[in-house]
Design a binder for this molecule. Sequence first.
Ligand SMILES: Cc1cc2nc3c(=O)[nH]c(=O)nc-3n(C[C@H](O)[C@H](O)[C@H](O)COP(=O)(O)OP(=O)(O)OC[C@H]3O[C@@H](n4cnc5c(N)ncnc54)[C@H](O)[C@@H]3O)c2cc1C
Length: 376
Amino acid sequence: MIRLKPTKRWGTDSRVPFSDESSDSKTAVVIGGGVAGWAAARVLNESGWRVELHEKSSATASKGHALLLMENGLSALEAMGLKGDLLRHGSKINVAKTRVAGSNNSETLVDCVCLPRNALVEALISTDEIKLFHYSLVAGVEHDDLGSFIRFEDGSVRRADLIVGADGVHSVVRQFVAPGFEIRMGRVQEFVALLPENGSRFLSQEVVRKIHLPEFGLAAGIAPAGPGQEVVWVQFDHQRWCRAEQSDQELLETVLAKLPQAIGTRIRNSKVTHRWRTCDAVKLKKMIRGNVLLVGDAAHPCLPFTSQGANAALVDAVNLGRGLHQHSRIEDALDQFWLKSLAAANQHLEAGRMLEQEFLSGRMTALPRSTSLAAA
Ligand SMILES: Cc1cc2nc3c(=O)[nH]c(=O)nc-3n(C[C@H](O)[C@H](O)[C@H](O)COP(=O)(O)OP(=O)(O)OC[C@H]3O[C@@H](n4cnc5c(N)ncnc54)[C@H](O)[C@@H]3O)c2cc1C
């Protein structure tokens, strides 16, 4: 494993203006403060770039769900020097137990970590060298004789040596990089709740437990998610369960009624339940235009079954860092980055679709591989 080593830092004094002409560091502007944006910003900063991050909302760590970190995401965190510390905030998962109504139970050995998304984002943020702009809404990226530039909602513009679009599934940066890129709504959606642990009989340490009701197009799962916390989720075929004019709460109530009472009650009592409207790319494209690139969900949205959203975003950052270390021309570095990311993203895309089909046809009788843990 190649460890990313800082080649140069640009100082820890946050008062140093970003546009300081006396510095010969390259400048990067990252758009979006989720896992992908912070991971990319961190790696760029560690590589000696001056980095500025723009996030449209007030807080970057507010999405309170939990994530399963798989082998590739854990290796990426190790390369960033964050793995050891982060593991304290998560729960090691060694076994996946699945119960399928009308079929046998199955047990699979797995090797992953479940942790709150906020813990991951906070670990990625833990540097004061990145200039952070909250409530900074990017309207789009444009191009003129001098090259690409960012246009903000207030009309102001910003140029940089590198522009990184990490603005999620509905990316505005993507409209510049890959106009016409199509996304497809996933048929299986999720409700996810991160809760204080309450000694539920379904919860066991180091075990992710899942129940699948093929007859109803439903599944639910539970896993420990760091000290004193658990994550509970429900997957449902939304074509089958959603009605027009129905609120999320009404939909949740309808699907919970079909699930074992203990899981239903647990989710019903939780104050924060996120609905994940899943989607993936119709076809992946090269997500680079000049000095602008996309990372994370902006570049390669994929379905939840592979648990790869956050993992792939972490790998993107490490691939970007490696490309920039190995090539002095930004274009060459981005080409190398994209070759690596595209191969992996295609695999996640296809695996996600195959597993969605298995879920919908009731054939998902077991967890066929560790990456099929279906979103925690
Ligand atoms: C409810 C929910 C549950 C999920 N559960 C799981 C799970 O269990 N497992 C899993 O692997 N993945 C899960 N995901 C997906 C996973 O969180 C993402 O795939 C992963 O974190 C990578 O995200 P990202 O940083 O690319 O995008 P996001 O997390 O979407 O971050 C994009 C950021 O960009 C900001 N932004 C957007 N547009 C602009 C703009 N114009 N200007 C400035 N800022 C902008 C947004 O505010 C946001 O903070 C879930 C997602 C949701 C919504």
